[in-house]
Design a protein around this ligand. Structure first.
Ligand SMILES: C[S@@+](CC[C@H](N)C(=O)[O-])C[C@H]1O[C@@H](n2cnc3c(N)ncnc32)[C@H](O)[C@@H]1O
Length: 202
């Protein structure tokens, strides 16, 4: 089981935004949509053994579970519509309580620390994706591994406090876009699961 946790520093906390302006009035919701696409979608299918958390402004959590996820399509606009429904569902929900939105999507008010606690309680190893971390190829991962990454901004001081003590993993020397990081992690783990080591695939 793989999990990704994407930190959005500018995303919307209320659903009053037009789907035609995801990078602007929706606070770079386009990034979260692309992350969802990379986390779940294969060429013709969906990765069912994946979970994605979106942490918006350290306050609002959206959880997408591949096992039951429905209606996720490759285009950003329809993904944004699913996320907007989840954000609308959150309005008026008591803090700390997951509320179901569309199938496979739940929402609650909470912080990154709550996500970390939930993952650790479920036995996930939690890793922070950072350019300066240890190169992923040499890092052994448990069967349940979760990867935390930021959006178009650096991790904020409060993010780093919630991620204190976690191992840092690098995908290479260049600063990559968030959705690319998800694709590369999937590829690395797919290769390992298929037994395609760098020697055997030559
Ligand atoms: C677009 S980057 C964030 C902005 C970036 N710090 C900058 O201003 O140049 C998105 C996130 O992807 C992850 N990331 C990007 N490149 C990476 C790399 N080479 N190795 C591991 N994680 C990376 C980090 O979590 C980063 O915060």
């Amino acid at each position: 089981m793989r999990c990704f946790v994407v930190l959005s520093h500018t995303g919307p906390l209320s659903p009053e935004f037009p789907l035609a302006d995801l990078p602007g009035s929706a606070g770079r919701l386009d990034i979260l949509c692309r992350c969802a696409t990379e986390a779940f979608l294969l060429s013709h299918g969906i990765r069912r053994d994946v979970r994605l958390y979106l942490v918006i402004r350290g306050k609002l959590l959206i959880r997408l579970d591949g096992a039951s996820l429905r209606y996720l399509n490759p285009d950003e606009r329809s993904t944004a519509a699913l996320l907007r429904k989840a954000i609308a569902r959150a309005q008026g929900v008591d803090p700390g309580e997951w509320a179901p939105s569309t199938p496979g999507i739940a929402v609650r008010w909470g912080a990154l620390a709550h996500v970390r606690a939930e993952l650790e309680a479920e036995g996930f190893g939690v890793y922070v994706l950072e350019e300066g971390g240890e190169f992923i190829r040499g890092v052994p991962f448990p069967e349940r591994a979760a990867f935390v990454l930021s959006d178009h901004r650096d991790f904020a001081p409060e993010d780093l406090a919630a991620l204190d003590g976690l191992p840092r993993v690098s995908l290479g020397p260049r600063a990559l876009q968030a959705q690319t990081c998800i694709a590369l992690v999937h590829n690395e783990l797919d290769l390992r699961e298929a037994g395609w080591t760098s020697v055997s695939c030559r």
